[in-house]
Design a protein around this ligand. Structure first.
Ligand SMILES: [Zn+2]
Length: 323
């Protein structure tokens, strides 16, 4: 039986249950430390915020959360462990790197003219998957990669190549960030051409547009797709995301779709409190939105309980199952 690296130790794929495939706990954009008026990171406050925010989703039956926070976006393994312990839910943590535009790129850019960056990043991924992150003993359960809007930069291409190599050796799934619903097919092609298994890839943020032709062109690569920003109407309207999910499930793709929210209850830096115009577009954004609003809407549209279970539990279980 396949074991999955969760933050409190290996678990069986059968223990995953209903899974949110792309969420965050703490989110930390590069450079927040340079803001003289930003309060310091308070791990205890962050743990409390995460536990409070997750209780509702647990009550709806969520068993597992994948924290898609890359190494350069404020990933906090000690916090992940504490939240997992306090709530008795599984948390799977990522090794990975964010986009060139918003990640921590300086170090790799400094080294790249002189050294084999793909190998160095691959070694980081392998160390964190097979030995653990720092000295925490926690092993990464997924690899997170990301690309920018409308193009995959050379920097991002190197990260994707390193991820494909690490995936080929370990079987660990790759989950991706796409920007504004672009570059999904290109991500899949690049990862697969470098040896990654399409059945272990989730192309993320697919609901950044309502272009079914685009969605199907990604699905045709044999990968999973994730409508994983449900509730963020400021980026794209949920109404159209729902229409796409209903349409794609209607033509037989329930076994390749996952649902999540890309939510984060604690952000480093100054308060992320948004202006009213933005705020009214994210009123539903939380860990419970999929369970409380999206699933009932899908059922109303005629999607069966069985297909909902396929998207929420069966697909994650298959994604993490290694032959
Ligand atoms: Zn995310």
């Amino acid at each position: 039986m396949t074991k999955v690296n969760a933050v409190l130790g290996p678990i069986s794929v059968d223990e995953l249950g209903q899974t949110l495939i792309h969420e965050h706990l703490v989110l930390s954009y590069t450079g927040w430390e340079c803001d003289a008026l930003a309060p310091p990171y308070d791990r205890e406050a962050a743990i409390t915020a995460c536990v409070d925010a997750l209780k509702g989703a647990k009550a709806y039956g969520m068993k597992t959360l994948v924290d898609a926070t890359a190494n350069d976006m404020g990933r906090d393994v000690e916090l992940q462990k504490a939240v997992s312990e306090r709530l008795s839910i599984n948390i799977i943590c990522a090794t990975g790197m964010y986009t060139e535009r918003q990640g921590k790129t300086g170090y790799l850019k400094f080294r790249s003219p002189m050294f084999d960056i793909i190998t160095e990043v691959y070694e980081t991924f392998m160390k964190e998957i097979t030995q653990g992150i720092g000295d925490t003993g926690v092993k990464a359960g997924v690899i997170k990669v990301a690309t920018g809007r409308g193009q995959i930069s050379r920097y991002e291409e190197n990260i994707l190549k390193a991820a494909a190599r690490a995936q080929k050796e370990t079987g660990i799934p790759i989950i991706t960030h796409t920007q504004a619903g672009t570059m999904g097919p290109e991500q899949a092609d690049l990862l697969i051409s470098e040896g990654a298994d399409p059945k272990r890839i989730v192309i993320g943020h697919i609901g950044g547009n309502a272009n079914l032709q685009y969605h199907i062109s990604v699905l045709e690569k044999g990968v999973y797709i994730a409508f994983d920003r449900l509730g963020i109407d400021s980026l794209f309207p949920d109404t159209l995301r729902k229409a796409c999910i209903i349409g794609l499930v209607g033509i037989g793709y329930a076994d390749r779709i996952m649902l999540s929210q890309d939510y984060a209850p604690y952000w480093t830096g100054r308060s992320p409190e948004m202006p009213d115009s933005e705020k009214k577009l994210i009123v539903n954004w939380s860990y419970v939105h999929v369970f409380k609003n999206i699933i009932p809407a899908l059922k109303e549209a005629g999607i069966s309980d069985e297909k909902i279970n396929t998207m929420m539990a069966e697909n994650p279980r298959r994604l993490f199952t290694r032959q």
